[in-house]
Design a protein around this ligand. Sequence first.
Ligand SMILES: Cc1cc2nc3c(=O)[nH]c(=O)nc-3n(C[C@H](O)[C@H](O)[C@H](O)COP(=O)(O)OP(=O)(O)OC[C@H]3O[C@@H](n4cnc5c(N)ncnc54)[C@H](O)[C@@H]3O)c2cc1C
Length: 456
Amino acid sequence: MKTAAPGRQRQAGRSADPSPGGGGRNRKENRPASAAQDVLIAGGGMVGASLAAALAPLPLQIAVVEAVAFGSRSQPSYDDRITAVSWGSRRIFESIGLWPQIAPEATPIQHIHVSDRGHPGMTRLHAEEMGVTALGYVVPNRVIGRALAGFLAQQPHITLLAPAKLTAVQTQGDGVVASVAGERVRTLQARLLVAADGANSQIRAQLGIAARTWDYGQSAVICNVSVERPQAHTAFERFTANGPLALLPMGEDRYALIWTAAGQRAQALLAMSDAEFLEAAAAAFNGRCGKFLKAGKRHAYPLSLVRADTQLRGRVVVVGNAAHSLHPIAGQGFNLSLRDVAALADTLAESAGSGGDVGEQQRLAAYVRARRRDQTGTTLFTDFLTRVFSNPLLPVVWARNAGLLALELLPPVRQLLARHSMGLTSRMSRLARGAPLTAGNGVPGSLHPHNHGRVE
Ligand SMILES: Cc1cc2nc3c(=O)[nH]c(=O)nc-3n(C[C@H](O)[C@H](O)[C@H](O)COP(=O)(O)OP(=O)(O)OC[C@H]3O[C@@H](n4cnc5c(N)ncnc54)[C@H](O)[C@@H]3O)c2cc1C
C-alpha cells in the first residue's frame, strides 16, 4: 500500500458490538464523522460479508455498511432460507477460517437423486464416486449470518456499521466518497467501493449501470418439512408438471423443501392448509419418502434472472446478486458469488502486496475478465435447466428424459455435471485451493501494527 492509502491516515478506533448475532445493533460509534477506508463494502449480506471476511488477513482498512442489523428477524440475506453450499465453497470458507463455526450445523449431501415425475428419466450422483465425503452441504442462512458476524466482530481492522444505509456515492480523485445514513448521516471515503447491495442494487442504479432482468414468472415456495421415511444425507430434485421441487436434508429427519411454481400455482401453494400442502408435496415425490408429516411456515420468493451490464465502473466493483442473480433451481447463486469473492480477494491481495492501490483499474478489469467464463457458464446452465425443466411440451419432456437417462448411463458425463455443481470446474483462487491469503509476501496486517480496534 502507498503511504497515502486512506486506511492508514486514521487512528485506531474501538471494537464493534461484541454480540453481532444477538439481534441488536452491530455498531459502536466512537470516531469522528468522516473516515477513510481502503475498501468500503455496501451490503453485509452473504456476499458482502463473505468478501470482508476473505480480506481479513490483508493489511487493509475495511468498512462494511449493512442496512439491516445482523441477527434481526427482518434481515433479508440471513432469513429462513437454507443454502446448498458446494464442496468448493466449503473449501473457501475453510481457508477464510469460517467453516468451524458453520460445520456443526451443516448437513452433508452424499447422494443426489434427480427424477422427472411420470417419466423414466432419472440419475443419481454420489459423493463416493467423486472421491469426496460430500457433494455439498445444506446450511441455514441464519447460521452463515451468525458465523460471518461473529468473525467480522473479531477483526481489528474491519468496521461493521449496521443498521446503516449507503445512500449516495461519488467518485472523487483517487477514491470514492459515500454518504451513509445510520443513527446519523456521515461521509466515508474509500479507495474502492464494492457494491454488494443485492439484486435491486441502488448503487448500481446511481452509477448508471444498466441491468437486464428476465422475470421467470415463477416463485420459489420454501418451508421445512419432516417425512415418514427420511433417507440420510440424500437430496432429491424432482421435476413435475407443476414445477421443480427440491428436498434438501437438514439433520437426520428434516428437509428443506423448495418448490418452484408459476405465479398462480405458487399462490395456491401458499394458500393451502398444512394438510393439503403436505399431501401435494408427498404426491409430487410419489411416495419416495413416505408421507409428509409436518410443514413449517411457508415463504415465497419471486424469481428472475438479473445481470448487470458491467461489474466495474471506476472505483466501484459490483458483486453478488447486484452483479448476477440466478434462479435457485441448481443452487448456484451464492456459490458462484463466493468464487467471485475469492478471486476478488486474490486481486486485492496482489494490489496490497505490491504497495499498490486497491482501486487500480487494470487489476480490477483483469478480475472482471477472469470471472466472465464461470459467470456466463453458470448463468447459462442455470437458465437452461429452468427452461427445460419447466417446459411441458412433449418433445422437450422426451429430450430431458433422454438426457437424464444418458447421465445415468454415462459416468464421465455425470462426473462432469457433479464437478460443476461442486464448484470445481473454474480456475481456482487461492482460497479455493486452500492457500492462505496474504498481501504478496508481506506479513498479514503489518501495515496496521498499532490498529487494534475498529473505526467508525
Ligand atoms: C429461494 C432461494 C434459494 C436459494 N438457494 C441457494 C442455494 O441453495 N445455493 C446457492 O448458492 N444460492 C442460493 N440462492 C441464491 C443466494 O441466496 C444469493 O446468491 C445470495 O443471497 C446473494 O447474496 P447477496 O449478499 O449478493 O445479496 P442479498 O442477500 O440480497 O444481500 C444484500 C444485502 O445488502 C443490504 N443492502 C441493500 N441496500 C443497501 C444499502 N444501500 N446500504 C447498505 N446495505 C444495503 C441488504 O440489507 C442485504 O443484507 C437462493 C436464492 C433463493 C431466492
